[in-house]
Structure formats: structure tokens, C-alpha cells
Design a protein around this ligand. Structure first.
Ligand SMILES: Nc1ncnc2c1ncn2[C@@H]1O[C@H](COP(=O)(O)OP(=O)(O)OP(=O)(O)O)[C@@H](O)[C@H]1O
Length: 267
């Protein structure tokens, strides 16, 4: 039986004024009808770092992540503020397509379009009005290199994306996201459908991408969170309970619920 923990006792780090932030939420609450799925989530995400969101199934990690680029529009009611630079992107009048250009998302299951590798990358760019062949070719190469896929596919860009392995497809989805040159990349358990070798490739890719992008990743895999993230947020039953440097979370968790989760008592 799951112990009851106090939601009053949390350990949430904030950052000094001189730490540049890519994104910040203030008192975010999410409701699916009458289900209050996320309570008072106030977190800051430093630029060019990887932040991992961890917690048991149903704790609200995806709900929180999806709210960051308004993917919950029409599905849930999200209140509170989501600061991207000086703009509260949770305001109804902001352009959500524009937001998603800056805050891209990669999903759990690789979901390439049923088109060629090249087309997967340039589809959205064309929709943005980029027509110049040279520019498109450069973006294809840059994005595939960024996602550490270029060497494996450069001679087969017209091959169907669906013929790639699962791990390659996921890196193609990352390439598709970074082709839009976002600032922030949200990843919802991007490795859960991948084998260990593909997982290592994706993790290496993320470590490289961090130099250019801010990354927020949901993962069930605590070893993965420990390997790749600078800070970690632990979610429990729709509450952010602890947000600390990753080394602290795994070696010296601050509150009982995190200690129990990390030590495998539940989840
Ligand atoms: N589309 C939806 N409609 C209604 N309720 C939802 C929806 N998505 C999530 N929920 C509810 O919100 C709560 C949090 O779910 P969420 O998927 O965010 O958790 P999670 O921590 O990401 O779980 P998992 O690790 O299993 O993906 C759960 O009670 C879930 O049933």
C-alpha cells in the first residue's frame, strides 16, 4: 500500500538571477475535467541544460511536459503562467504554431511521416515558406548531423523513413524537430521503445544537442536521468515534490517521498 506523503513538504530549487532561463512555469495547474492532474507546478529551466522529469506512472510528468508547448489545448484546462522569455505563452491570444516552432516536441514512439527521410525534414520547412533548394539541402544535412544520423543515411535520403530502425526513426524525429531551429526541445520518454544501443545513441545525441538547445525530458529510467541531466524534478500524484541537481537527487534526496522512490519502495 502506498504511504501517504505530505504535499506541503517539498524541496524545489530556484536559480540565481544571473542564470539564464529558457522557460519557467509559475503555479501551473492542469485539469482534465474534474481530475486535478497537476498542482502548483513552479519550475525554472536553465538554458542549455538537460532537465529530467521523473516519477511513477500517472504522476503527471507528461501532463506537465505537454502543457509547456500548449499540446494540452483542447484536452485539458491549464492555468498559471508559462514564461518563455518575457511572454506568458499560456495566454489565449498567443500563436501556438509560433510557440511550437520555438518549443519543439519529440514523442515516446517514433512517428516519422510515411515519406522519404529528406521529406520528413523539409515538409515543415516548406510549409514555413522556405523554397530555396540549396537552403533546404543545407537544413537537411545540418539537422541530420545534429541528430547524429547523417552518416547512416546520407546516401539514402530518398529512402522511406519507415524503413529505418526504431532508433534511427527516433533520431529522425529529433532531426525533424531541430530543423525548425527551436530553442527548447521537449522529449516524452524518447527511448522507451528503443533497444539499449539505440538508447545510448539518442542519449549521446542529446548530450551534444544540449550545447545549442535547452532540453526537458520525461523518463522512467532513473539511470538515464542520472546519466544525462543536470537537474531533476520528481513528480508524485500531480505534485512536483523535489527539484534538485541530479547528483543531489540520486545521492541525497531531500524529502521522504523522493528517498522512497529513488530507493525503489514504489513506482
Ligand atoms: N488525455 C487525458 N485525458 C484525461 N486524463 C488524462 C489524460 N492524460 C493524462 N490524464 C490523467 O492525468 C494524470 C497524469 O497522467 P500523465 O500521463 O501526465 O502521467 P505520467 O507521469 O506522464 O504517466 P506515465 O509515466 O505513465 O506516462 C493521470 O491521472 C491520467 O489518468
Amino acid at each position: 500500500m502506498l504511504k501517504e506523503y505530505s504535499f506541503e513538504k517539498t524541496a524545489i530549487q530556484t536559480f540565481a538571477d544571473n542564470v539564464p532561463l529558457a522557460l519557467r512555469t509559475e503555479d501551473m495547474q492542469v485539469f482534465y475535467g474534474s481530475n486535478h492532474a497537476m498542482h502548483d507546478a513552479s519550475l525554472s529551466f536553465p538554458k542549455n541544460q538537460i532537465t529530467a522529469l521523473i516519477g511513477a506512472s500517472g504522476s503527471g510528468k507528461s501532463t506537465y511536459l505537454r502543457s509547456l508547448n500548449r499540446m494540452n489545448d483542447g484536452i485539458a484546462t491549464v492555468t498559471g503562467k508559462i514564461w518563455y522569455h518575457d511572454v506568458d505563452i499560456n495566454e489565449p491570444d498567443v500563436n501556438i504554431y509560433e510557440i511550437r516552432r520555438h518549443i519543439g516536441m519529440v514523442f515516446q514512439r517514433p512517428n516519422p511521416f510515411s515519406k522519404s527521410i529528406r521529406e520528413n525534414i523539409i515538409y515543415a520547412l516548406r510549409a514555413e515558406g522556405i523554397k530555396d533548394k540549396q537552403v533546404l539541402a543545407e537544413r537537411v544535412e545540418r539537422s541530420l548531423r545534429g541528430a547524429a544520423l547523417w552518416d547512416e543515411v546520407k546516401d539514402n535520403l530518398d529512402k522511406s523513413a519507415l524503413a529505418l530502425s526504431g532508433g534511427q526513426q527516433q533520431r529522425l524525429c529529433i532531426a525533424r524537430s531541430i530543423a525548425m531551429e527551436p530553442d527548447v526541445l521537449l522529449l516524452d520518454e524518447p527511448c522507451s521503445a528503443l533497444d539499449p544501443i539505440s538508447t545510448v545513441k539518442v542519449e549521446e545525441t542529446l548530450a551534444e544537442l544540449r550545447k545549442k538547445y535547452t532540453i526537458i525530458i520525461v523518463t522512467h529510467n532513473m539511470q538515464q536521468a542520472a546519466r544525462i541531466s543536470s537537474q531533476c524534478a520528481f513528480f508524485h500524484l500531480g505534485h512536483v515534490m523535489e527539484y534538485t541537481p541530479t547528483a543531489t537527487m540520486f545521492s541525497n534526496p531531500q524529502i521522504p517521498v523522493t528517498q522512497d522512490y529513488i530507493s525503489g519502495s514504489f513506482g
